[in-house]
Write a protein that binds this ligand. Structure first.
Ligand code: SF4
Ligand code: FES
Length: 255
């Protein structure tokens, strides 16, 4: 009797996974794993298979598995990707190489240190600073749909760091504020309820801010949420240039 379909060997796909265990004094290396190939599996499923079935010491971050938390960003065959949105079928049957995001210090295996970005978020005051404080009893700070549309795109950022890993300027010059921090500063600068644009200006208009950007545009290309950080940076450049002309032409005037 011919072998039934279930007797066929299971299709697999090869993974090359970056491993680094500094606490053991190890040098970085790549580990090879063959994992089951499934049409509906993403790279994160393959990593979970390795962790659950092959080597429980593999370290990486993930949470939502639906492109919302921003924690599963890694280099997949050299491209920054959310591993929960990178399907095995797009690589099969070729090898998939998984590495930590470019340009960040590695804590362990695929886990990067994001302290630099968190510090930059603080520097640009990436939060709403109300123009006017009013008692809660006076109700919400209302906005029109047009006012919301002004900044909504930039508010979709999930802090995944893919844009930083794609940015050649950040790769060469880590002092650069970088795409997401500037996009988030723009998000609040464009919010009709916010009053801290002047306080952010010194940081985002500095040499390490918008003027470091050479408009390669890879940040926007890899962004999984269509935030368009490159667009945010160019918008901020226009705003800075207008401010500068205004200060030259009308030095006594308000901004
Ligand atoms: S701008 Fe896009 S790529 Fe950059 S951190 Fe935000 S969501 Fe991620
Ligand atoms: S696991 Fe949350 S974005 Fe991928």
């Amino acid at each position: 009797m011919a072998a039934s379909e279930t007797d066929q060997p299971e299709a697999t796909i090869p993974l090359e996974v970056f491993r680094y265990r500094p606490e053991q004094g190890d040098e970085p290396t790549f580990e090879h794993y063959d994992v089951p190939y499934r049409e509906d599996w993403v790279v994160l499923d393959a990593l979970n298979h390795v962790k659950d079935q092959i080597d429980g010491t593999l370290s990486y971050r993930w949470s939502c598995r639906m492109g919302v938390c921003g924690s599963c960003g890694m280099m997949v065959n050299g491209e920054p990707k959310l591993t929960c949105a990178a399907f095995l079928r797009d690589y099969y049957p070729e090898v998939i190489r998984v590495e930590p995001l470019n340009y960040f210090p590695v804590i362990r295996d695929l886990v990067i240190n994001m302290d630099d970005f968190l510090h930059k978020l603080t520097e640009v005051k990436a939060w709403l600073v109300p123009k006017e404080e009013k008692p809660v009893s006076q109700g919400e700070y209302l906005q029109t749909p047009a006012e919301l549309a002004h900044y909504k795109q930039f508010s979709m950022c999930i802090n995944c760091m893919l844009c930083y890993s794609a940015c050649p300027v950040y790769g060469q010059h880590p002092e650069f504020l970088g795409p997401a921090a500037i996009a988030l500063a723009q998000r609040y600068n464009l919010d009709s309820r916010d009053g801290a644009a002047d306080a952010r200006a010194d940081v985002i208009f500095s040499d390490e801010g918008i003027w470091d950007c050479t408009f390669v545009g890879d940040c926007t290309r890899v962004c999984p949420k269509n935030v368009d950080p490159a667009g945010a940076i160019q918008q901020a450049k226009v705003a800075a240039t207008k401010d500068w002309y205004r200060s030259v032409l009308v030095p006594w005037g308000n901004k």
